[in-house]
Ligand binder design. Sequence first.
Ligand code: NI
Length: 176
Amino acid sequence: MIRDIRLYGDPVLRRAVKPISDISEQVVRLAEDMAETMFARGGIGLAAPQVGESVSLAVVDLSLRGNHGRTLILVNPKVLGQEGEWVYEEGCLSIPEVRADVVRPQKIVVRFLDIDGNSHEIEVEGMLARVILHEVDHLDGVLFVDHLPFLKRQLLKPKLLRIAKGDISLKDDRPL
Ligand code: NI
């Protein structure tokens, strides 16, 4: 089921999530819904708060083509280490029509449970690392615009206020 995406200004996006203690049928269904919603909206990552659920769950798929076989489902992800930095332009399904360069680590080590409850600790770099960091931020109530320099944030403020007021709706422009 495709779910509504919560937009900038919705308090659920600022709430820190609860860890998932039991991967119940409900959690599995939520992960499926999130993947479906991400593909429908042309995203490459989606975190549970973006569909209004304050739990530690994110989906990532860089293929953009609904390749479910490659969809990474992250339960309770935790970034254990990071290295290097690089700049790349990001967007977010919850912040339509806003894109900006964000500095992120180049390489990370992340630990998470898969949907079957198996624990993984993997080292990833580049775009995959970036998307995972962007989604883990969501789980902490952090949005990519929070990483921008003060002046850039000030410049974006009117647009962010318009999104919060509901004047700008969701479009598919290859967001994270
Ligand atoms: Ni996002």
